[in-house]
Design a protein around this ligand. Structure first.
Ligand code: SF4
Length: 109
């Protein structure tokens, strides 16, 4: 099988690590591979996990991130999938925060 020659940042499974700035969230060069990581039991406040990720089975257990960098290729990866058009994680969190601030909008399910 051919080696993967596409950087993780072009992959649908790249889940960028964000840092907060005074202008909102900004992506770093790091990300979790959503396909190969085991995420925490539940999302914390202001967090959004990618759909369908594997999570630890109990809140006491530690997550097992598989860290990747945006410009690096995981040559042995057979899971690369081209990134689909859609909201970036930064835009998604911004939208969630805006919805939570709207009066009369419930965030309880
Ligand atoms: S390790 Fe593979 S599946 Fe994960 S982000 Fe990189 S290319 Fe995608």
């Amino acid at each position: 099988m051919a080696l993967n020659d596409k950087p993780c940042g072009t992959c649908q499974h790249f889940d960028p690590v964000l840092r907060g700035t005074n202008k909102g969230h900004r992506p770093t060069v790091w990300g979790w591979c959503a396909k190969k990581s085991v995420y925490p039991f539940a999302e914390g406040p202001g967090q959004k996990f990618p759909d369908g990720v594997q999570k630890v089975p109990s809140p006491e257990m530690r997550a097992e991130p598989f860290m990747v960098r945006v410009m690096e290729c995981q040559n042995n990866c057979t899971e690369h999938a081209p990134r689909m058009p859609g909201l970036s994680k930064v835009d998604l969190l911004k939208k969630m925060n805006e919805q939570n601030r709207k009066p009369g909008v419930s965030t309880n399910g």
